[in-house]
Design a protein around this ligand. Structure first.
Ligand code: FAD
Length: 530
């Protein structure tokens, strides 16, 4: 007999892992082996626009996990199964081979994944395997924080207020630290044990179809090193070390270690510094949270430790509170995804905007619509709008962008270029190392004014004033748009045509004021037609 924990792309850790912890307790109680299974599923990755960087990050984390698990005598068995439809049957057949009595996994809330797991549960039942799927991704699982009418929230602020009180009333439950797995039974590695060969399974270097070129692989390993230990160092850096002006690049948690300068620490200054997108002031934990390399509960527990408090601060007035509010956004968007599954099926939350007329649209794929050239210029960071171009080139180079730059570029695509938000959502997912369907969809639908609690369609960012506001000295633009590295002042944010021409920098592909009017009209028309 054996107990199996099925590890997924969003729970790549040993510590504070709900399903793993339960699986391990049961294996210990019954004195039977625990096996960890990971299924690489290229067809799934393709269908869900998983980027090569995210896959590479997964494999790098799995390689470390394999060793940490092996030190507890627990095998990590990695298989590749291409065909999505037959994946549940393939997993069940492995479980049968292993005489598995119980299967554990953490719930994934995306529609396809929920459907897959429902099928797994019914197949497991028919084979006498006890399947258990538990909540782990969020601090408070979807479905708990509800309105007075017992409905799901579609507006963030009241959700957040309720969320913080539910959390503070049930700290033991929602901030529980699930114990690390026990060592596996003695003798599992002995040559006569039928599970011993599972320790020989290697984690592949790459997944065919998702290879990273060698230079990119090196950059990613430098900027986003893998492993739980690193993730903990990154949060320590955010909680304890001072803010500093810095170019975007590697997080460098080792040299920028804890200084214990609490008042000036990054987190305490987060409230005032978080929108200074030109500086490295946010936690930079999103890749680790999205892949589950660090637990979101651990992040909140860490804030309690530095405050020496037993009440979570979720206020706007403190840096800690503002940061906790961002973690609440993550819970909120996951809860939206679980409550309104249409958002993960390519539909707008506000259905009236399903008929907005886009210049390039999703149904026809990247090749659809009229404005393919503009789409390509946006992707390449060659729109002639320095802040947009710097942000898109940052995305290409780092696989990551500051939240404000994500908003600016998403708003530019959907309002200035009037290109379907789903096209941008897809491109971000393919490029981001922290790609998460719920947060990415939430961010895109916010910017496109089609989502829950969206930016109203008539509040269109002006890329020039945004640029001056969030990158006042222009350091960010100069770092990512080398053509403009010699410019200072207003010219940098909006280069005059003669200067741009001389520097080989493109002229703006649209006129902001004209495209703004077009967007207003298109949204008005959609509202009226409805
Ligand atoms: P911090 O400011 O330190 O925040 C801490 C954590 O809170 C983040 O790591 C993240 O987990 C969470 N968080 C912060 N802001 C948000 C937010 N607005 N929505 C949801 N969670 C948030 N975030 C992703 O993790 N994956 C995505 O695919 C993603 N796509 C986005 C697309 C668009 C168009 C927009 C506007 C936002 C998107 N975000 C996404 C949210 C946000 O931009 C990133 O989480 C944030 O920039 C990560 O940087 P950080 O870890 O330094 O964040």
């Amino acid at each position: 007999d054996a107990v199996v924990y099925w590890m997924r792309m969003a729970d790549l850790r040993i510590s504070d892992n709900h399903a793993l912890s339960l699986a391990s307790s049961q294996a210990k109680k019954e004195e039977i082996p625990l096996i960890v299974l990971f299924v690489i599923s290229p067809q799934d990755y393709k269908a869900h626009d998983r980027g090569s960087r995210r896959i590479d990050f997964t494999l790098r984390n799995l390689t470390l996990l394999r060793d940490s698990l092996a030190s507890l005598n627990i095998p990590l068995h990695t298989i590749t199964h291409d065909v999505r439809k037959t994946l549940p049957a393939a997993v069940l057949s492995l479980l049968e081979d292993w005489n598995c009595t119980s299967l554990y996994g953490n719930i994934e809330y995306e529609v396809d994944e929920l459907r897959r797991d429902i099928l797994v549960c019914s197949l497991a039942k028919s084979k006498g395997v006890n399947a258990n799927f538990v909540h782990n991704k969020c601090i408070i699982e979807p479905g708990v924080v509800k309105t007075k009418e017992s409905k799901s929230y579609a507006v963030y602020s009241p959700y957040q207020r309720n969320w913080i009180s539910v959390l503070n009333e049930n700290l033991d439950r929602y901030l529980k630290d699930y114990p690390k797995p026990h060592s596996n039974i003695d003798g599992i590695r002995d040559s006569n044990n039928r599970f011993s060969k599972l320790f020989d399974t290697e984690v592949p270097e790459y997944v065919p179809g998702f290879e990273l070129d060698q230079d990119d692989k090196k950059i990613m390993a430098n900027v986003w090193p893998a492993g739980e230990e690193i993730a903990h160092k990154i949060i320590d850096r955010f909680l304890h070390s001072k803010s500093r002006t810095s170019q975007m690049g590697a997080v460098d948690p080792l040299t920028d270690g804890a200084e214990n300068s609490d008042k000036a620490s990054r987190i305490n200054k987060y409230g005032q510094d978080r929108d200074n997108a030109d500086r490295d002031t946010t936690s930079r934990l999103s890749p680790y949270l999205s892949a589950g390399v660090i637990s979101v509960r651990e992040c909140v527990r860490a804030t309690l430790k530095i405050q020496k408090s037993n009440k979570v601060d979720g206020s706007r007035e403190t840096g800690i509170g503002r940061w906790v509010q961002e973690l609440a956004w993550r819970d909120f968007y996951t809860s939206v995804l679980a409550s309104f599954p249409r958002v993960s099926m390519g539909r707008p939350f506000l259905e009236k905007y399903a008929i907005v007329e886009w210049e390039a649209h999703q149904e026809a794929g990247d090749a659809g619509g009229n404005d393919i050239e503009n789409l390509q210029r946006w992707k390449d960071g060659k729109t002639g709008y320095p802040v947009v171009d710097a942000s898109m080139r940052c995305l290409r180079q780092m696989g990551w962008m500051h939240n404000r730059f994500r908003m600016i570029t998403a708003m530019f695509l959907t309002k200035d270029l009037m290109i379907d938000w789903r096209v941008g959502e897809r491109f971000f997912m393919q490029q981001l190392i922290d790609g998460d369907l719920a947060s990415n969809n939430g961010g895109w639908q916010w910017s496109a004014s089609t989502g829950v609690d969206p930016c109203p369609y008539f509040r269109i960012f002006n890329p020039y004033s945004q640029s001056i506001k969030v990158d006042p000295k222009g350091d960010f633009i100069r770092q990512f748009v080398p053509e403009l590295s010699g410019l200072r002042g207003p010219d940098l944010h909006n280069p005059p045509a003669s200067v741009a021409k001389k520097l080989g920098y493109p002229l703006p592909i649209v006129k902001h004021e004209e495209s703004r009017q077009r967007a207003l009209q298109r949204f008005k028309d959609a509202g009226i037609k409805k």
